[in-house]
Ligand binder design. Structure first.
Ligand code: ZN
Length: 81
């Protein structure tokens, strides 16, 4: 947690929201749960923008953001933001 430029679990990967939310193997199981929760809202795989509440539909964006928040809580990331 001391090196903020790289993922704490993937030394070769940048520590970015995209890596954390979409790619980091460390959080695979939580990501599967997140995508499952979002499947009703996003029939297709949500994009990073979707996950960060960027949907055009604000109700949809709000619901998505809440699920993303749950993911971040489970992966214990909120203290890093
Ligand atoms: Zn990683």
């Amino acid at each position: 947690m001391t090196d903020s430029s790289h993922c704490p679990w993937c030394p070769t990967q940048p520590d970015t929201p995209e890596h954390l939310l979409l790619h980091c193997p460390r959080h695979h199981s939580h990501r599967m749960a997140l995508l499952h929760s979002l499947s009703a809202i996003h029939p297709h795989r949500p994009t990073l923008t979707d996950l960060l509440g960027g949907c055009t539909n604000t109700t949809q964006a709000f619901k998505t953001l809440n699920f993303t928040r749950t993911f971040l809580q489970k992966t214990n990331q909120l203290h890093r933001i």
